[in-house]
Design a protein around this ligand. Structure first.
Ligand code: CP
Length: 321
């Protein structure tokens, strides 16, 4: 077990449904452990955390498509000495039995449920019904907290420190934007969010963020993307049409057209600014191929760090205290 795992700091709360389920100390500890695990990965079964899950079982239930999240959780669980159980998405539809009963069954056999769901309430209900079950939100319509963990690790790797840094998010005020704003401001990064009117972060999220910020970090909201990226040290965007919104795609392409991240927008940011995207990306839509493939782009670092941060999360939720 690594030095971070042996820490006497309190363990993470039982479930991880959104970023604020972690304290600032939890998040600091998670980033440290993820960096250790990333460095140790080449040791394989000889890594100090190779048996952190001790043969525990983790169920995966995905209502929506996934490449990165599904693969990285599967690999993470395997590399920590755990086992995966794949559940058909139909179990969250509560046709055969109530969702709460599904969760109450699961907690008798498995340690954690990784769930990608449309409704945040589905993950919340599983956690509430089954107190022994660790529920990990692998994306809902409201939050994408596991993505945000990888994003802040990527920022720390490239920046070294968060203090005095500004991140600009340009596009839809969606689940990715919510979790990113929460994690980044919690680490002391000032966050600028530029969205069209009607596509802002939910009001409840912006109100609650004032209680999360540290080290003088601020959340500032814009409608003009050029104003938002001015002086920013990283520019982040996401798809304009998220999973489940496909019928709005044509309308959204019109509404978001001025929010495309291209060479001109990147030039308005601080020299050396990073480009970030959670992927999958739509080249020519929310970002040009030129920017996505540029030296500024760290999108595959973000994708890699999904693995290391989720390993750290699993070890903190399920490993020895
Ligand atoms: N970024 C992300 O969550 O990717 P997937 O949808 O492929 O899991």
């Amino acid at each position: 077990m690594s030095a971070s795992m042996a820490s006497t700091e309190p363990k993470v709360r039982r479930s991880f449904l959104s970023v604020p389920d972690l304290t600032h100390a939890d998040l600091e500890r998670l980033l440290t452990l993820a960096a250790e695990m990333k460095a140790d990965r080449g040791l394989g079964r000889g890594a100090p955390t190779a048996d952190a899950l001790g043969g525990q079982h983790v169920a995966l239930l995905f209502e929506k498509p996934s490449l990165r999240t599904r693969c990285t959780f599967e690999v993470a669980i395997h590399e920590l000495g755990g086992h995966t159980v794949h559940l058909p998405a139909q179990f969250s539809e509560a046709v055969r039995e109530p969702l709460e009963d599904v969760a109450r069954n699961l907690e008798r056999w498995i340690a954690a449920l990784v769930i990608r769901t449309y409704r945040q309430e589905t993950a919340v209900a599983c956690s509430a019904a089954a107190p022994r079950l660790r529920v990990i939100n692998a994306l809902s319509d409201e939050h994408h907290p596991c993505q945000a963990l990888a994003d802040v690790l990527t920022l720390r790797e490239h920046w070294g420190t968060f203090r005095g840094r500004t991140l600009a998010y340009v596009g839809d005020g969606n689940n990715v934007a919510t979790s990113l704003a929460q994690a980044a401001t919690m680490m002391g990064v000032t966050v600028h969010i530029a969205t069209p009117a009607g596509y802002e972060l939910p009001r409840g999220v912006t109100k609650a963020l004032t209680g999360l910020t540290r080290d003088g970090a601020e959340l500032r909201l814009f409608t003009n993307p050029r104003e938002a990226v001015a002086g920013a040290h990283a520019v982040y965007t996401d798809v304009w049409t998220s999973m489940g919104q496909e019928r709005e795609a044509v309308k959204r392409r019109g509404i978001f057209a001025d929010y495309r991240v291209d060479r001109t927008l990147m030039a308005a940011a601080s020299p050396g600014a990073l480009f970030m995207h959670c992927l999958p990306a739509h080249r020519g839509e929310e970002v040009t191929a030129e920017v996505l493939e540029s030296r500024a782009s760290v999108v595959f670092d973000q994708a890699e760090n999904r693995l290391h941060t989720q390993k750290a999360l699993l070890a903190m939720l399920l490993g020895a205290p």
